[in-house]
Design a protein around this ligand. Structure first.
Ligand code: SAH
Ligand code: SF4
Length: 341
């Protein structure tokens, strides 16, 4: 059965046209589902009973199953079960400027970064657009508040599931849907160069974040396998092309691992690498996990790293440690659950 949450507005319009019905019904369905939170076709009062019956036979409107929820002051972490039993997680971050959700894009990840729980567990499958859309809906239903922004930074490499992720973005961005502004949607990639070029040509004002995590090839290849396929020079060139094409500032994520990539030397090297680029660096304190050896960089070294970048006139911020009090970075909740099985 088809899943209604997989449909972009244009797909649903095509569907109605294909059954000889009016295109505007698609908008009505979108509004019922995404604006009024009604998921039963029979309850949609401007849809005839006959049509409701047809839609009901063709489309599933099932949500996800909530397996676990961990709640703290700043964060809620959700573990969801998909129809096929696979588990994924999503995180709600309660900023003072609004609610932000971090969604997963795959079950597991094949990129195999050495510091990451999601990569430790290989990819089982790509998520469908509906799987991603429903992470948002589930959380929205749970907190009964508006979601202001979305980051695709959960489990998985979004650019290894490009088409579904772009469908997802268009569905949540639709003015008839959840209506999350494109400028409030960010996709994070470990650096798949051809997909960065493709992303640059999309007619969307969404943001790009790059997980860089090291200032040179020797170090980056050691912690991120993907660097062997797309080394730093190629990645930086792709970032330049993206900025030229879109005129948008790119976020550079830099995870600080104690005594690995957090040295003063790395900070200087990173400054040189990024000099003159329209980027800002987000320093991420590492969330330690029980399965992986790396340690969090000490606060004093984080500050030193920050100061060096600042001194070199690189825009830089330090990410608030959101997941800290609970099961930390995305991927860890699922990893714990999968390990128990
Ligand atoms: N695959 C994409 C998006 C998901 S990972 C990517 O790599 O960009 C999202 C971010 O979380 C990445 O920057 C990743 O390096 C970071 N991350 C992974 N494990 C982490 C951990 N234990 N603590 C903090 N951040 C982590
Ligand atoms: Fe995959 Fe991103 Fe984790 Fe690397 S950091 S293994 S790309 S999820």
């Amino acid at each position: 059965m088809k899943c209604i949450f997989d449909y972009k507005l244009s797909d649903l319009e095509n569907y109605f046209e294909s059954i000889g019905d009016k295109k505007f019904k698609a908008r009505q369905i979108f509004e019922w589902i995404y604006k009024k939170h009604i998921y039963d076709f029979y309850e949609m009062t401007n849809i005839s009973k006959t049509l409701a019956e047809k839609l009901n036979n063709e489309f599933s409107t099932k949500l996800l199953k909530l397996r676990t929820k961990q709640e703290s002051k700043l964060t809620n972490k959700y573990l969801f079960e998909l129809e096929d039993g696979n588990l994924i997680e999503a995180v709600l971050m309660k900023h003072d400027y609004g609610n932000s959700i971090c969604v997963s894009s795959q079950v597991g990840c094949n990129m195999g970064c050495s510091f990451c729980e999601s990569g430790r567990l290989k990819k089982v499958r790509d998520l469908t657009a509906a799987d991603m859309v429903r992470q948002i809906i589930m959380i929205q239903e749970d907190i009964n508040e508006r979601i202001d922004s979305v980051v695709v930074m959960g489990i998985g490499e979004p650019f290894d599931n490009y088409n579904n992720v772009m469908d997802f973005v268009r569905i949540i961005n639709s003015p008839y849907g959840i209506e999350i502004g494109a400028r409030h949607i960010t996709i994070s990639t470990s650096g798949l160069v051809p997909m960065i070029d493709k992303y640059a040509t999309e007619d969307l004002q969404t943001n790009l974040a790059i997980s860089l995590h090291a200032p040179n090839n020797e170090l980056r290849s050691r912690i991120m396998k993907v660097n062997k396929a797309y080394p730093i020079e190629e990645l930086i060139d792709a970032i330049k092309r993206y900025i030229d094409q879109t005129n948008r500032r790119v976020t550079i994520e830099y995870l600080l691992l104690k005594d690995v990539n957090d040295t003063d030397k790395c900070a200087n090297e990173l400054s040189k690498l990024l000099k003159g680029l329209n980027v800002y660096v987000n320093l991420i304190p590492y969330n330690e996990t029980s399965h992986i050896e790396y340690k969090t960089s000490p606060q004093a070294q984080v500050m030193k790293f920050y100061d060096i970048l600042k001194k070199n006139k690189i825009n830089v911020t330090i990410r608030k440690r959101f997941g800290d009090e609970i099961d930390a970075a995305c991927g860890q909740l699922r990893a714990n659950e999968v390990n128990k099985l």
